[in-house]
Design a binder for this molecule. Structure first.
Ligand code: AMP
Ligand code: ZN
Length: 110
C-alpha cells in the first residue's frame, strides 16, 4: 500500500484539514509556504494521467472548500500537481499541492 493510501486508512497520522466521502486534505509534512496542504482522492490513482474527468470535477469543489476554510480564497493561492519523474512526482498517488499564505514567486524551473 502506498504512503498516501496509508494516510487515508489512518495507518500513518496526518494533520487533517478537510475530509469527505471521496477526498482528504492534510498539511504537507515539509511545507514550502505558510499554507501547504495536499488534497488527494481516497482511491489510489497514480497521477493526473489516470484521473477521470468526473473525479477532477469533484476535487475542484473540494479544493475550493479547502481554500475557503484556510482563508486564502481571496488573497490567492496556487495549485500544483507533479506528474511522473520529470514532473518531480515523488509519491505515486495523485495529490494537489495547495500553496498560499504569502506572496508566491515563480521560480526558474530548470
Ligand atoms: P511530490 O513531490 O509532488 O510527490 O510531493 C510529495 C509531497 O508529500 C512532498 O511535498 C512531501 O513533503 C509530502 N509528504 C511526504 N510524506 C508525507 C507525510 N507523511 N505527510 C504529509 N506530507 C508528506
Ligand atoms: Zn495510494
Amino acid at each position: 500500500m502506498c504512503l498516501f493510501c496509508k494516510i487515508v486508512n489512518k495507518e500513518i497520522p496526518s494533520n487533517l484539514v478537510l475530509e469527505d466521502e471521496d477526498f482528504i486534505a492534510f498539511h504537507d509534512i515539509n511545507p514550502i509556504a505558510p499554507v501547504h496542504v495536499l488534497a488527494i482522492p481516497k482511491a489510489h490513482i497514480g497521477s493526473f494521467n489516470d484521473i477521470q474527468a468526473d473525479t477532477m470535477a469533484k476535487i475542484t469543489i473540494f479544493i475550493q472548500n479547502i481554500a475557503k476554510k484556510l482563508n486564502i480564497s481571496k488573497s490567492g493561492y496556487r495549485i500544483i500537481t507533479n506528474i511522473g519523474n520529470e514532473g518531480g512526482q515523488e509519491v505515486k498517488h495523485i495529490h494537489f499541492h495547495i500553496l498560499g499564505g504569502a506572496q508566491l514567486h515563480w521560480p526558474k524551473l530548470t
